[in-house]
Design a protein around this ligand. Sequence first.
Ligand code: FAD
Ligand code: NAD
Length: 466
Amino acid sequence: MSEKFQAVVIGGGPGGYVCAIRLSQLGLKTACIESRGSLGGTCLNIGCIPSKSLLNLSDEFHKVKSLSNKGIEVGEVKLNLPKMMKSKEKAVTVLTKGVEFLLKKNKVTYIKGTGSFKSKDEIAINDDKKNETIINAENIIIATGSVPVSLPNIEFDEKVIVSSTGALELEKVPKKMVVVGGGYIGLEMGSVWSRLGAEVHVVEFLDHITPGMDKEISNEFMKILKKQGINFHLEHKVEKVKKNKSGATVSTSDKNGKKKDFECDVVLISVGRKPNINGLNLESIGIELDENKRIKTNNSFKTNLDNIYAIGDVINGPMLAHKAEDEGIAVAENIAGQSGHVNYDTIPGVVYTTPEVASIGKTEEQLKEKSIEYKVGKFSFMANSRAKAIDDAEGFVKILADKKTDKVLGAHLIGPHAGELIAEIGIAMEFGASSEDIARTCHAHPTFSEAVKEAALSVDKRAIHS
Ligand code: FAD
Ligand code: NAD
């Protein structure tokens, strides 16, 4: 007899493991299947955590070199890349082991192996010794995440032609690196290697970077990155990447058909990710996909089959860890008979460069497109005393509020700690706050958060410090 669970989650990433914990908290006998041999998914193993570790370390390396300008004399600053990589790996191990502990603590059965559907309530699990076990589940949650996409006829070797996974593990600093795609991964990993000494060229198909982001922020972001030494080639299409003895030649053409070749030692292809559904045997049970080949679900995360659900990168919406986590909690609560819900209007997005870029709610472009009348409040970090005191004053806060009701509709920040500051606006938006609510809330002095308050004041043209 195969073991029977009330709920089985396939995938132990931020969507899957959080969902499994919540299901168990709600009293369901739950298992979580993970094929990687380590929990935490893309995020903890090859995504958010290792990239943030390298972003932080490379930023420290870069900043320490300029400390003498501020009266702190340091000796020669040298990079020890293997040691830096070890530090990154330590962060990953501590956190992935931490998730294993959390599953145990919450009485979730952790099953190592690759899961695939045998029927709509049976899952076959194959381990690395080729043993197959079948388990039975009343409810099944697919949380198998996503994998990087490449360009036609270009294959990752993870040494010269790399995805983010290879870019997190380079053994030496490339002299020249071409980054294809000016999105989240391209700009974060491009920043890391640029700070460590690589000449970085970003080749972007569109006429701007970070598509979907508020245009004013995106323009400012590119200006700042350019000042940091990153080169941008907008409206350029990559046609071919050919490996050679010293690296690769990246052949591009611009919007007028003008060709340009880039010689480099490493090329990072960061043009997006696709749902990871291979090997799940979805066809055999008739699970429907949407037009982007992501698993189709309704508002309750249910697929076209009654007892099968899907969450995270494998379904529609932004491919972000916190979105996957919130969906994991919501679906668990729905399965347990509660009313789980995710508010897609208040999911923040953060790019962890220096400065950070953070966004929530509607952009100006979206408001215009929907003909929603709005007011704009802006405040520069140049006028924020904390930012000036520590000489970290690039960027600004922008708040968009409804013209009639003053309700906050969106906020877009570029500047120090933008990724933390955005949480305040998230709470405000969840409570349906007006910009005046933020403006009348006392903010500690001197803090970066005063820039948020001043931007809120500026919505009604009454900022004090500008
Ligand atoms: P995943 O994290 O992809 O987890 C799915 C898991 O399922 C994987 O571990 C996989 O091994 C397992 N699996 C797949 N198939 C099977 C199977 N058949 N059987 C068993 N197990 C299976 N997001 C942020 O919010 N902030 C960031 O800073 C950030 N940085 C990122 C940096 C990089 C370089 C990358 C690549 C991504 C980053 N992301 C970030 C995105 C984030 O990692 C994903 O959105 C998030 O991990 C999605 O969670 P998930 O649970 O849906 O899937
Ligand atoms: P992305 O969607 O963020 O950016 C892809 C970029 O590549 C876009 O600017 C697009 O216009 C460009 N592009 C597409 N095809 C191209 C081509 N042929 N030539 C040149 N440019 C091309 O994708 P990504 O950077 O690969 O990241 C994947 C996902 O991972 C993102 O959706 C993001 O949600 C997630 N992620 C998040 C974070 C974070 O939250 N800080 C960090 C890394 C990754």
